[in-house]
Design a protein around this ligand. Structure first.
Ligand SMILES: CC(C)(COP(=O)(O)OP(=O)(O)OC[C@H]1O[C@@H](n2cnc3c(N)ncnc32)[C@H](O)[C@@H]1OP(=O)(O)O)[C@@H](O)C(=O)NCCC(=O)NCCS
Length: 155
């Protein structure tokens, strides 16, 4: 039985350790700490099983910028599940709950830079389909994905 709830300050060390274990390096855990410090609209969720944090997902603010407008949305990154509990659906529960909350908060879009075989199952599509381009050079087209939650931003 897995429960998803908002991250609390007491979770911070365990979340960092979870990211270190899942990625096998300290980079992503450090990014999580930096995002939490530098952004004021973070959505950070933890998955709990047997009173232990077994999964984590973070969404932070991103913008779509055109010559006319700047639209605020959210970006999914990173997410992590304890290695011994991967491939049991915990990651999917976290993505779905995060997207449900983001929808309720009326954010018009979510961006993810990730694996083309994982994120499309939740409704993500190639961002290029919507004419969106990453600010970073050299990102493979299929890895930069978007989910549009409010079609009117594409008009
Ligand atoms: C990616 C991750 C969060 C998924 O969580 P999970 O609980 O294992 O995922 P689920 O059980 O919901 O889904 C399992 C599916 O994800 C796929 N998957 C797992 N890790 C993947 C990865 N790094 N890239 C692409 N697909 C992956 C599995 O092959 C499986 O696919 P299937 O359903 O077609 O068989 C987890 O595997 C993890 O922590 N990986 C290491 C860290 C990482 O790469 N994070 C993502 C980048 S931010």
């Amino acid at each position: 039985m897995v429960e998803v709830r908002f991250e609390q300050p007491k979770d911070i060390d365990e979340v960092r350790l979870l990211n270190d274990k899942a990625f096998g390096q300290p980079v992503e855990g450090h990014i999580v700490d930096k995002l939490r410090q530098s952004c004021n609209r973070i959505l950070s969720l933890v998955a709990i099983s047997n009173n232990k944090i077994v999964g984590h997902i973070m969404f932070s603010p991103v913008t779509i910028e055109t010559q006319e407008v700047v639209i605020q949305g959210m970006g999914l990154a990173p997410m992590a599940v304890l290695p011994e509990l991967q491939n049991q659906g915990i990651g999917s529960i976290l993505v779905k709950e995060g997207l449900r909350i983001i929808r309720n908060m009326s954010y018009p879009f979510v961006i993810v830079l990730g694996h083309k075989k994982y994120y499309p199952r939740f409704g993500f599509e190639r961002a290029s389909k919507y004419g969106l381009k990453s600010q970073w050079e050299g990102i493979p087209d299929e890895a930069f994905m978007a989910m549009i939650l409010n079609d009117s931003i594409m008009e």
